[in-house]
Ligand binder design. Structure first.
Ligand code: ADP
Length: 262
């Protein structure tokens, strides 16, 4: 989308975003962030920090209590169709229909976004090739290995050629080999020009992949910048110290299990 209204816009513009759930939990308390076109942006925070809520507000799955969310200049709520069209979402859970084949999964998704049949076929072939799934195209999705399922979710998210790809904890609970494989794919996607917003609670993942990082904790962005900026700003040798200082060592080890305990 390169019309006058959207050119020069941030890929994702969030300002003063508050989300209070019906049970009174305030999951976001005035979040502001901008993801620029072409960036690989990491949203890093412990479980319960508000990462998924921010993604849900950006993709129309949750309605903000107040504040602004725009995707390439389109309001995520009032301009839902255009905003949603610009976003590909790879959710954390494997929300695949186990009765469809691999190619049907891709084709139906593109159909949902209004892509004409001939274009859908072409794009399906391209995505199957990109994600090394061509040989599996006629297989039911339930027969795929864990790695193939994750690749299928990425392929599906990209079918309608979104300009912004949102990855919600793509490597939570996956083994190291698969994590490295997924990194390889998402790096390539970004190099080819797709803007990426990645949520993670793995510091290493954000450090390895992202140009810019925002730390979120208790529904608030507590710091953002490049990893060099953040380390410099907090006067520490590396990002891990800055993160632990901002999020709190105790809280982090409690919420993320073993990986950050020392
Ligand atoms: P994260 O993705 O960082 O783990 P979430 O956005 O899932 O964090 O959750 C932020 C806070 O909002 C948590 O306290 C969580 O329990 C609460 N929360 C999330 N979804 C709902 C919901 N649908 N209803 C009520 N509270 C919710």
């Amino acid at each position: 989308m390169t019309d006058a209204h959207t050119s020069g816009s941030a890929a994702l513009h969030v300002d003063g975003l508050v989300k209070r759930y019906a049970n009174g939990v305030e999951a976001l308390r005035g979040v502001a962030l901008d993801v620029q076109p072409g960036e690989f942006f990491g949203l890093l925070g412990p479980n319960g920090a508000g990462k998924s809520t921010l993604i849900h507000c950006s993709t129309g799955l949750a309605q903000p209590t107040s504040g602004v969310v725009e995707v390439f200049g389109h309001d995520a709520l009032h301009d839902y169709g255009l905003a949603r069209q610009a976003v590909g979402l790879a959710p954390q859970e494997l929300n695949i229909d186990w009765f469809l084949t691999v190619e049907e999964t891709l084709d139906y998704h593109a159909g949902y976004f209004g892509m004409p049949r001939a274009e859908r076929r072409e794009r399906t072939d391209e995505m199957l090739e990109t994600f090394s799934l061509t040989e599996k195209r006629k297989d039911r999705t339930r027969l795929l290995s864990g790695g193939m399922k994750r690749r299928l979710i990425l392929a599906r998210a990209l079918m309608h050629r979104p300009r912004l790809l949102i990855l919600d904890e793509p490597t939570a609970g996956v083994d190291i080999e698969l994590r490295l494989e997924l990194w390889h794919y998402v790096r390539d996607i970004n190099r080819q020009g797709t803007t990426i917003l990645l949520t993670t609670h793995y510091l290493e993942e954000a450090e390895q992949l992202c140009d810019k990082i925002a730390f979120i904790n208790h529904g608030e962005i507590v710091a953002q910048g490049t990893s060099a900026d953040l380390s410099q700003r907090y006067g520490v040798a590396n990002l891990e110290d800055a993160y632990l200082e901002l999020v709190g060592r105790k809280e982090l080890s409690r919420s993320t299990g073993d990986e950050f305990t020392s």
